[in-house]
Design a protein around this ligand. Structure first.
Ligand code: ATP
Length: 459
């Protein structure tokens, strides 16, 4: 089907029906800004994370992995600037109290209002556009002034004061865990510069209006890498990472036609350059999935000053605070992009429509389905043996219920690229039929060759 014919509502309903994504706490009417990955969703999300980790960490000799705690000393968030300035401008509809994010409403009208602007500056822009901003719930144009709402989520972990006067925060991004461990990595692994530190983990933001499915949630997962370079060498590294990250989207099966770069017009004062990779979401349009930023030496300088620890790098007596190139991508947004890209409704020759998820094989939640033609005559047992042999190598499922045609359809619906059928002839010729999801073509393959055959295809 054409990309422009896809509808997010259809994809969201489908994702729920097929066990990819469920609204959080649904039996209690849900919880805004949180979602749960179901059995197929967790596999897809893990495959996306594995793909990223492989590209960014395992294939590099100079990028190191990390898994920092979600809760940190609150001084981290003062030093990083999040306590003072990590906020979005919010206004309330005076008629029905619906809250809006003023910067996003202005953005829809082609006006840039970013985090760098003061409350007054944002309100000035807001006042100029009030006539064009309408409450989505009641249609009123009567809003309060915009006021900044801090996005950090507070927690009482380790805070036993009765008045909550020592707030702790759930991390608003994973990057700070990397900066505060910079010295530990340098002292323990003695890397040569340039080098990177990467991690995947949960982050929390009190988003004013969580919306658009996994696109804007209050709990989400990030995959972030900070690459530390000599001053003046960050630009070259930045260009290389930009190319690699773009390529990584193609490797996830995303067509370049649905991707674009967006350069930030208004940079925060310390940044040297910032570009986002945007995906053309059905209905939502182009929006950010990954941000790549040249952050100069701002973060390490801040943490040096606030902690009193020397975070400079000593390269044979040449001491400097490294500059940082950052890449930051949300698992949820990548997940929606991969899912929306894979979703396809296809008219078959017999007039039927089949829904098929065309995941690239390395991301498919189930990569191989093993199907005995019949349950009887020893076919099931033989197929189960094949399942057992392949289970440690691929993500495999076994299905013996219903006609083979129906079972093929079920696998198409969750995006399984290969179905392996064990039939009566298999007993004699020791071969199985491998059916390809996209072409629906079938091929006979020797059981002894099956692992190699599938490995080749999945790679
Ligand atoms: P936006 O402008 O859309 O709020 P951002 O510029 O604040 O995003 P960053 O702080 O650069 O986002 O975060 C890096 C990445 O983390 C984003 O590109 C996105 O993929 C992901 N991300 C950020 N906020 C959310 C959220 N509330 N829900 C899901 N993913 C998010």
């Amino acid at each position: 089907m054409k990309h422009s014919d896809k509808k997010m509502d259809t994809i969201i309903a489908y994702a729920k029906r097929k066990g990819f994504v469920f609204p959080s706490s649904e039996i209690y009417d849900g919880f805004a800004g949180a979602y749960d990955y179901g059995p197929h969703g967790v596999e897809l999300a893990r495959a996306i994370k594995r793909h990223w980790w492989k590209d960014v960490v395992l294939k590099k000799h100079n990028v190191y992995g990390l898994d920092a705690a979600i809760v940190m000393n609150p001084k981290v968030w003062v030093a990083s600037g999040h306590v003072a300035g990590f906020s979005d401008p919010l206004a309330d509809c005076r008629t029905c109290q619906t809250r809006i994010r003023v910067d996003k409403e202005l953005e829809k009208l082609g006006v840039t209002a970013d985090e760098k602007m003061s409350e007054e500056e944002i309100n000035k822009l807001f006042d100029q556009k009030r006539d064009e901003i309408v409450c989505i719930k009641c249609g009123s144009k009567d809003f309060t002034e915009a006021r900044p709402i801090n996005l950090l989520v507070q927690s009482n972990v380790g805070d036993f004061s009765t008045d909550g006067s020592n707030p702790v925060y759930l991390r608003g991004e994973t990057a700070q865990g990397i900066y505060v461990n910079f010295k530990n990595v340098v002292d323990s692994l003695h890397p040569k510069i340039p080098f990177g530190i990467a991690q995947i983990g949960k982050a929390f933001r009190n988003e004013i209006s969580p919306r658009q499915f996994l696109f804007r949630t209050r709990e989400f997962e990030q995959m972030e890498m900070q690459y530390f370079t000599r001053p003046g060498e960050d630009k070259t590294a930045y260009e290389t990472w930009k190319e690699e990250r773009w390529d990584s989207f193609k490797q996830m099966g995303i067509s370049e036609e649905h991707l674009r770069w967006n350069q930030h017009d208004n940079l925060v004062f310390y940044a040297a350059d910032a570009w986002d990779i945007e995906y053309q979401f059905p209905d939502y349009g182009f929006d950010e999935v990954e941000g790549l930023h040249m952050r100069t030496n701002y973060d390490l300088t801040q943490h040096s000053e606030h902690s009193g620890k020397d975070l400079s790098f000593n390269d044979n007596g040449d001491k400097f605070i490294p500059h940082v190139v950052e890449t930051s991508i949300g698992v949820g947004r990548a997940f929606v992009a991969v899912l929306a890209e894979a979703y396809d409704e296809e008219e078959l020759e017999d007039g039927d429509t089949r829904v098929v998820l065309r995941f690239v094989p390395k991301l498919a939640p189930v990569q191989v389905a093993i199907l005995p033609l019949m349950k009887k005559d020893g076919l099931a047992e033989a197929a189960q043996q094949i399942f057992a042999d392949l289970a440690g190598v691929f993500r495999v499922t076994y299905d013996e219920s219903g006609s083979v045609g129906k079972r093929y359809r079920r696998q198409d619906e969750i995006g399984t690229p290969f179905c392996v059928t064990y039939d009566y002839e298999s007993k004699d010729d020791k071969m199985v039929t491998v059916r390809d999801r996209d072409s629906m073509k079938q091929e006979r393959v020797a059981i002894t060759e099956l692992t190699n055959y599938l490995q080749e295809k999945i790679r």
